[in-house]
Design a protein around this ligand. Structure first.
Ligand code: FIX
Ligand code: ZN
Length: 439
């Protein structure tokens, strides 16, 4: 059925009100069709990824071997394959990909969310999933240019923009930023401050001194704060980031008279206010729970959200974007969202990005906060992943919306497909833009 035919077909079951000519949703089928249409056709702004535009060269990952060696799958392969950590890390990427394919897709069925993601992705690219022919998949990518592939993925995933994760301390990124040309404008920046905040004494301080900033290791002078603010200003001007961000352990404390608290109060919060660049907090990651797994070795923990409440209350003129890694914290976060308009809750982060948890969190958020949230981000590290991550999430978001709209329709509320489109538009980008641009 063509788009026009499908539209005409639906029009048949939608009642056009005499008074305002707005097509009203009348039946459960109308509702489902209108929601699926809005959720599946509207483009999304993906507010947190680890993707890069082409000028960043090898930092932009794509293709089947990258997909197969995603750190989510590396964590899973050790559970099934008879391979030691050193053996695995000694392999080339091609060999690692083959081991993962053999172990998780051929010797076992690919049912985990990360495995299923590969199957969805291959299918979305029009490849024959049933053939299980890894070489065919490799051939497909070998015949494609990265620029063409970006267009294919953005179009099929219906993603209009992605926000990157940009580390001002990463020497691989710096030359691109200094060149002033980051290429494709669909890739926007986020100024990531993990090195500054979480490793100031070990790495950040030395790095800043190396760049000529007059900072001290204990953050004990007004001059040091001024210099760090100068550093942040320089990078804000260079990157034009949509937000500044940091990931934090579950036991992060605020207020705090250590490095974190001093950096927050004297450098980051003032700069965030001055430049109207929100501060994104990603709370709950326990880094290197198993260092043998390298990037796959991070875990999660439940946070005490009193610190977040204090931060929001004491800094009412700052805007905060927040996502949490522990399922146990999600309800509490929604309650906090009801108390603070300077908080925008976003995404189902990492271990939360599984269908059962996305469904629960999305329902919980809508019940407590209505549509004033950013329901999802992809966290894609490999370009192709936009295809599966958004496909899987859209389906769940649509199901939850249908359920919620139905409850009000059941008692006589009226609804038009235009209103559904408006709501979905807010969830998929409008709320983000308004939060960033508004007061
Ligand atoms: O800190 C983060 O932004 C995390 O999302 C990543 O570091 C993590 O490795 C990841 O890829 C999660 O999806
Ligand atoms: Zn991330």
């Amino acid at each position: 059925m063509t788009k026009q035919e499908s539209h005409d077909f639906r029009r048949g079951s939608i009642n056009v009100s005499e008074s305002n000519h707005m097509p009203k949703i009348e039946t459960a089928d109308d509702l489902k069709t209108a929601v699926l249409d809005a959720v599946n056709t509207q483009s999304v702004t993906d507010i947190h990824t680890h993707l890069f535009s082409p000028p960043f060269g090898e930092l932009l990952l794509w293709g089947i071997d990258e997909l197969l060696t995603y750190h989510y799958l590396i964590a899973e392969v050790f559970r099934n394959a008879d391979v030691s950590y050193p053996q695995f890390w000694a392999m080339s990427k091609t060999e690692q990909a083959e081991l993962i394919w053999q172990t998780l897709f051929i010797e076992n069925s690919p049912l985990s969310e990360a495995c299923r993601g590969i199957v969805t992705t291959l299918d979305a690219l029009g490849l024959d999933v049933g053939s299980r022919n890894l070489q065919d998949y490799r051939d497909y990518f070998a015949d494609t240019t990265v620029e063409a592939f970006i267009d294919t993925v953005f179009e099929r995933a219906k993603v209009s923009k992605v926000v990157m994760t940009n580390d001002p301390f990463d020497s691989a990124e710096t030359p691109v930023w200094q060149s002033g040309d980051t290429g494709d404008t669909r890739f926007e920046a986020a100024l990531r401050m993990d090195v500054l905040i979480n490793t100031y004494e070990e790495v950040g301080y030395e790095h800043l001194r190396g760049l000529g900033y007059d900072v001290d290791p204990n953050l004990s002078t007004g001059k040091t704060y001024k210099e760090i603010r100068r550093f942040l200003e320089t990078w804000i001007q260079r990157m034009n980031p949509r937000y500044m961000a940091v990931s934090l352990p579950p036991d992060f404390q605020y207020p705090d008279d250590g490095v974190l608290g001093r950096l927050f109060d004297n450098c980051i919060l003032p700069i965030s206010r001055e430049f109207n660049v929100p501060f994104a907090l990603m709370i709950g990651v326990k880094r290197a729970v198993n260092p043998q797994l390298q990037m796959a070795g991070d875990g999660s923990g439940k946070a005490d959200l009193t610190s977040l409440e204090t931060l929001l209350r004491e800094n009412p003129d700052n805007k905060f974007l927040v996502t949490l890694l522990s399922r146990e914290n999600q309800h509490e976060l929604c309650v906090i969202g009801r108390k603070f308009k300077n908080l925008m809750i976003f995404g189902c982060w990492w271990f939360m990005n599984n269908p059962s948890v996305i469904e629960e969190i999305t329902r919980e958020r809508i019940e407590l906060l209505g549509l004033s949230v950013i329901p999802q981000h992809s966290d894609a590290r490999i370009l192709d992943q936009l295809l599966y991550k958004w496909k899987h999430s859209r389906r769940i978001i649509a199901d939850v919306l249908v359920e919620k709209y139905q409850t009000v329709l059941d008692v006589g509320w009226t609804l038009t497909s235009a209103e559904i489109e408006r709501d979905v538009n807010n969830l998929f980008g409008g709320n983000f833009d308004r939060f960033l641009n508004g007061n």
